[in-house]
Design a protein around this ligand. Structure first.
Ligand SMILES: *[C@@H]1O[C@H](CO)[C@@H](O)[C@H](O)[C@H]1NC(C)=O
Ligand SMILES: *[C@@H]1O[C@H](CO)[C@@H](O)[C@H](O)[C@H]1NC(C)=O
Ligand SMILES: *[C@@H]1O[C@H](CO)[C@@H](O)[C@H](O)[C@H]1NC(C)=O
Ligand SMILES: *[C@@H]1O[C@H](CO)[C@@H](O)[C@H](O)[C@H]1NC(C)=O
Ligand SMILES: *[C@@H]1O[C@H](CO)[C@@H](O)[C@H](O)[C@H]1NC(C)=O
Ligand SMILES: *[C@@H]1O[C@H](CO)[C@@H](O)[C@H](O)[C@H]1NC(C)=O
Ligand SMILES: *[C@@H]1O[C@H](CO)[C@@H](O)[C@H](O)[C@H]1NC(C)=O
Ligand SMILES: *[C@@H]1O[C@H](CO)[C@@H](O)[C@H](O)[C@H]1NC(C)=O
Ligand SMILES: *[C@@H]1O[C@H](CO)[C@@H](O)[C@H](O)[C@H]1NC(C)=O
Length: 744
């Protein structure tokens, strides 16, 4: 057995081992369920109870091993430092997402974990200040859902169960639970997300449907309450919606401290780890408080999920034995470097300042340019507020979603590498005027400019200011910009005609204090880029990578322009309804600084020839409501392809680059929907002069609204307008189509 394990581990690094002794993973829910029902049918009540307990075994069943978090093996050694989901989402590239999450999951597997507690699709970004927004795929449910589903597929393809987080309406950290684990009484001291049925379906349930369509094996229920009922004991959200309506077949597991009333949790949809021990659960079955049939269903789900997605648990190494093993693949650095480069958004580029040309000298400003004195890793403290900024290069957010950083290439290191190659150029760094041990402005023994911000700025061809914005689990942000950093940009720009700003932000970072300064000639929204951060940034600065990232949220001019405030305890009414992020800016007529979907390139693209290539015949009206048996994701008809649109994208500029063609849909007025909603995107790499045709397939789902009376997805009859462009406010072409329905 031991020898067999060793042989297996060696091959684990190269490829998925062929199932030898068993047909696991089944990759077929029906077969997995049939086998699970057979096995659980042989178990006593005690054994059934045991299997729902953390670590509990039963004949034929060894429990899965689960580990945080969504951005890699949290706190692990010998693993990679990945790109934060919100940052990676800016690539608008599902293939890249699948690659990152596949490689990440292989690290979980090699470290002995058969379940990854990730990826994240909530918080989605209802509040711009949300502390964990960096963990999910941006503020739009359509884009977020596509990328979340892709991440789920990427993880589970490696025989690791993905646990989607956080179900549901966990949009803020404030009052998500009582400070001090396990000290709750009745849960009324937890924030309750109160939201209407339509918003619940069209914004918050939406991306989970993509997870379930892609075979999602596990869902983590939330600490907060939803409409007054605890997130882990909520029969409506867990049983009626997730399991029945959406057709989720995996298991619901709790966030830390989530179950308030553990009996209610087991009775109302929580499958595993209620916090009760097996004898307590058996007693609940004896008294009828939780029917035995309900516990058997939990056990069947647990077993079926493992059979469907995992290899036999014995084939994962014992995590304790591989703590220090280096399981990084040789591809780790090139993959993270490339993915990070694709995720950077170019916000401003006056007179093509970038890519840099004929560099002679660069001065680098800001604490974010170099490693912090305390090292690159975040302090894993999820309780305290630790400031708006991080005193070192920021390449991750903090908390259970912090990426483990085996090493960190900071921008100063990457610039220094370039300066040291060939004939090179000069590089100097100063964090700020008051972070130096020398008296500022004093004589410089070696000659050259005074060691001060103004001294360096006045004497450099290029000035690069590095800023960051820290966000982490456990607390929400207090600000979206930092005055000290903003002052540094203005201090540099006053003396330097070529000031380039790079932002490493775990969430939205406002730019208003300096964006219009004529000497601020280029700006990168670089996000939280992981271990290869500095390389990825310099790849873009020097033009080895042509930036193709597009914003996955709106950058407002003022913090007041956002809605969805963090709510004080304990009732959090989602009064904004469907109008979050760009939906709100469109509806309220607020001019953003940089709109959702925005991002520049070193080349130019034109979008055109938008046409409808397939649509339902006018003579055969559609059924208004989605019907059919419940498949993975909902009623089968929801996934019918109803309308196909085609368009062309042309690279009209001087260099190769990738464009993101975006399709926004305006619904008929009677739908009372937001002004426009993203319903398609295609990323295409084009040589100069090259044109490519792209197709957008709209499913019934994409043209449906949630009918709160019928409790079904409904196609509203009328005129739809599809808009094609390079962002949510850059419309290159429009086309209308009619949909008629039978009304039933
Ligand atoms: C419950 O699981 C534990 C932990 O594996 C095991 O020691 C115990 O024998 C199991 N009890 C039953 C009734 O199966
Ligand atoms: C993983 O993906 C490959 C290629 O798409 C596929 O052939 C394979 O069956 C998948 N494996 C699992 C376990 O899903
Ligand atoms: C809600 O959160 C605030 C801020 O963290 C805290 O001061 C307060 O004690 C919390 N309220 C409750 C009821 O937990
Ligand atoms: C919350 O309550 C509202 C108002 O009663 C109801 O329409 C909605 O369906 C509920 N949503 C959830 C998720 O419980
Ligand atoms: C916990 O939930 C159960 C089942 O819903 C209920 O019978 C019991 O009264 C609840 N306990 C408390 C303390 O609220
Ligand atoms: C850069 O240097 C090359 C070769 O010396 C020269 O041809 C070119 O004009 C220079 N470009 C700029 C922008 O100065
Ligand atoms: C540097 O100076 C600014 C502005 O006076 C001040 O806000 C900041 O706290 C100072 N930082 C340090 C590290 O002394
Ligand atoms: C821009 O930089 C130049 C120095 O190159 C300086 O003379 C000028 O005043 C700066 N402009 C502004 C608006 O600060
Ligand atoms: C792209 O087009 C704009 C507007 O026509 C122009 O100002 C800019 O120079 C072009 N950029 C490139 C890289 O060709």
């Amino acid at each position: 057995m031991v020898r067999y394990r060793h042989a297996l581990l060696a091959s684990v690094l190269l490829a998925l081992p062929a199932p030898v002794v068993s047909q696991q993973p089944y990759n077929d829910w029906a077969k997995a369920y049939a086998a699970a029902e057979d096995l659980v049918g042989t178990w006593t009540r005690d054994q059934v109870a045991n299997v729902s307990v953390y670590g509990g075994t039963a004949p034929g069943h060894v429990p899965f091993t689960a580990k945080d978090g969504p951005m890699g093996v949290n706190g692990g050694r010998g693993v990679s430092g990945w790109i934060a989901a919100q940052t990676l989402a800016a690539s608008w590239d599902p293939e890249l997402v699948e690659k990152q999450y596949g490689a990440m999951a292989r690290e979980f597997r090699s470290k002995g974990y058969s379940m990854q507690l990730g990826p994240v699709t909530g918080p989605m970004g209802r509040s711009a200040l949300g502390g964990r927004n960096f963990e999910s795929f941006g503020s739009d449910p359509y884009l977020g859902g596509k990328l979340f589903g892709t991440a789920v597929r990427g993880i589970q393809n490696q025989s690791v169960i993905a646990c989607g987080k956080h179900f549901i309406a966990n949009e803020q950290e404030t009052n998500r639970t009582t400070v001090g684990w396990g000290q709750d009484t009745d849960g009324t001291d937890r924030s309750s997300s109160n939201l209407d049925d339509r918003t619940f379906h069209e914004l918050y349930i939406w991306p989970w449907v993509d997870g379930v369509v892609n075979g999602l094996g596990s869902v983590m229920c939330v600490m907060n309450r939803v409409n007054g009922t605890g997130g882990c004991e909520n029969d409506y959200t867990l049983n009626q919606v997730l399991k029945k309506e959406v057709g989720f077949k995996g298991i619901v597991i709790p966030d830390a401290t989530a179950p308030i009333n553990r009996t209610a949790a087991l009775a109302h949809g929580l499958d595993w780890n209620s916090g009760l021990d097996a004898s307590a659960i058996t007693a609940l079955m004896d008294s009828g408080a939780v029917p035995e049939e309900v516990m058997r269903q939990h056990a069947i789900r647990i077993v079926a999920t493992q059979l469907n997605h995992n290899l036999p648990q014995e084939q994962y190494p014992d995590p304790a034995t591989v703590v220090n093993r280096n399981v990084r693949e040789a591809e780790s650095a090139p993959l993270t470097r490339a993915a990070a480069g694709q995720s950077i958004v170019l916000l401003k580029n006056t007179d093509q300042t970038l890519p840099l040309k004929n560099v002679t000298s660069i001065s680098v400003f800001g604490l974010d340019a170099a490693q912090g004195v305390t090292g690159p890793a975040m302090v894993p403290n999820v309780f305290d507020y630790q400031g708006d900024t991080y005193a070192g290069h920021l390449a991750s957010g903090g908390g259970s979603g912090a990426t483990p950083m085996p090493y960190l290439v900071d921008p100063l290191t990457a610039l220094t590498e370039r300066a040291a190659s060939g004939r090179g150029f000069e590089v100097r760094h100063i964090a700020s005027d008051n972070y130096t041990v020398l008296p500022t402005g004093g004589p410089n023994i070696g000659g050259g400019p005074p060691d001060s911000v103004s001294g360096y700025a006045s004497d450099s061809q290029y000035c690069m200011v590095f800023l960051n914005a820290l966000a982490k689990e456990g607390v929400d942000r207090l600000a979206l910009a930092d005055e000290t950093e903003d002052r540094l940009v203005n201090d540099v720009a006053r003396y330097c005609a070529n000031t380039i700003v790079v932002m490493n932000n775990a969430g939205i970072r406002l730019v208003e204090a300096w964006i219009e300064h004529p000497n601020v000639t280029a700006v990168l929204n670089a996000g939280a880029l992981g271990q290869e951060s500095g390389h990825a940034i310099t790849d873009v600065l020097f033009g080895d990578v042509n930036p193709s990232g597009k914003l996955v949220y709106t950058i407002a001019k003022r913090v007041e322009d956002y809605n969805g405030e963090i709510c004080p305890c304990c009732d959090c009414d989602y009064t904004e309804g469907l109008y979050t992020d760009y939906r709100h800016f469109d509806q309220a007529g607020i001019e953003p600084r940089f709109e959702f979907g925005y991002g520049l390139s070193y080349t130019n693209f034109t979008f055109g020839s938008l046409a409808i290539s397939k649509k339902p015949s006018d003579n055969e009206p559609l059924a208004a409501y989605a019907s059919g048996p419940t498949v993975d994701g909902g009623p089968a008809a929801l996934f019918d392809e109803l309308v196909t649109l085609t368009a062309t994208v042309t690279n009209t500029g001087p260099v190769a680059g990738a464009a993101v063609a975006q399709l926004y849909l305006e619904f008929p007025e009677s739908a009372k929907s937001p002004v426009q909603q993203l319903r398609g995107f295609r990323k295409v790499l084009l040589e100069p002069g090259q044109t490519q045709t792209v197709a957008f397939e709209l499913q019934r789902r994409d043209v449906s609204i949630w009918d709160t009376v019928a409790q079904k997805w409904k196609v509203e009859a009328g005129t739809y307008t599809a808009r094609l462009g390079g962002s949510s406010r850059d419309v290159a072409a429009e086309v209308e189509f009619e949909l008629s329905t039978t009304g039933v």
